[in-house]
Design a protein around this ligand. Structure first.
Ligand SMILES: Nc1ncnc2c1ncn2[C@@H]1O[C@H](COP(=O)(O)OP(=O)(O)OP(=O)(O)O)[C@@H](O)[C@H]1O
Length: 273
């Protein structure tokens, strides 16, 4: 079967003042349509570079990315990105930020009423209908991330790319948004690739977790299937043996395979113990 999305034996080198730096080496994995895949690995290993490669923001030096049978050759509206820091335009309201993206993607073929309906539906989807007229400085961190997610989803992307979307949020807001994301994904059945540092988050949300080795020249170490039925409820998972086995497998990889000997390994050993 042809995969929906494939990072196909991709390598990335960056030019630096000290010469070429090989960030990724022969990264190869496939994602099915509607699947939720997380990328996890130690800080600086190359997770964002993989995501940017899929987004078309970084060019591979070897290999490539194929989406739905077509080679990715730059950014496109069928691949929407949500960053850790919301990246909203400060002078526009929540409605305005989403509407701008909607207009860019659908403006040429749809009426003003249709664009308005799309924008309102996206606000509704993330539970922000009442905050539509607020500007980013009037919104909490979690609300800003919700607007960012709504803006990305309003573009009806084939693939939603998320780079540590909840990394800057407190634990409760984060849990809340994770639950919303699971509901939204169940409803829209979109394909998601998400970068995270958080083992629990990866297991809770993902169908598969792609574990990366440390850089330079990072590559895929292992891929874990998360065999937990959906819908998933975090409180029930706390007592689920399969959930704990999945978390332990990732921690083991990060500790043994992904971690450099030294500080990173020691820190994770504390987390496991
Ligand atoms: N434009 C660039 N030029 C030079 N080096 C870069 C560039 N972008 C990334 N790198 C390097 O490539 C490596 C991978 O970076 P990347 O941001 O993908 O890692 P990451 O796993 O997402 O990190 P973190 O978890 O800390 O966000 C790092 O060593 C980084 O310094």
């Amino acid at each position: 079967m042809t995969p929906y999305l494939q990072v196909d034996h991709a390598s990335v080198e960056f030019r630096t003042p000290r010469g070429l730096f090989r960030a990724l080496d022969n990264v190869n994995f496939k994602v099915s349509e509607g699947e939720f895949v997380s990328l996890i690995g130690h800080s600086g290993c190359g997770k964002s570079t993989v995501l940017n490669l899929i987004a078309g923001l970084v060019e591979p030096t070897a290999g490539g990315v194929v989406l739905n049978g077509r080679e990715v050759a730059g950014p496109g509206p069928e691949r929407a990105v949500v960053f850790q820091n919301h990246s909203l335009l400060p002078w526009l309201t929540a409605y305005g930020n989403i509407h701008l993206a909607v207009e860019k993607v659908f403006g040429a073929q749809e009426t003003a009423a249709q664009l308005k309906a799309r924008t309102e539906a996206a606000l509704e989807l993330v539970g922000l209908a009442k905050a539509r007229d607020k500007r980013p400085h009037e919104l909490s961190g979690g609300m800003k991330q919700r607007v960012g997610i709504a803006r990305a989803l309003a573009m009806e992307p084939k693939v939603l790319l998320m780079d540590e979307p909840f990394g800057a949020l407190d634990a409760l807001t984060r849990a809340n948004l994770q639950d919303s994301l699971m509901e939204i994904q169940a409803k829209l059945k979109c394909t998601v690739v998400m970068v995270t540092h958080d083992v629990d988050e990866a297991v809770l949300l993902s169908d598969r977790v792609v574990m990366m080795t440390n850089g330079p020249a990072a590559t895929i170490g292992e891929i874990l299937d998360v065999k937990l039925p959906r819908p998933r409820q975090r409180l029930k998972l706390a007592e689920d043996g399969e959930y704990h086995r999945a978390c332990a497998a990732i921690l083991r990889f990060l500790h043994q395979g992904g971690a450099e000997r030294g500080h990173a390994g020691a820190a994770l050993a504390l987390a496991v113990g």
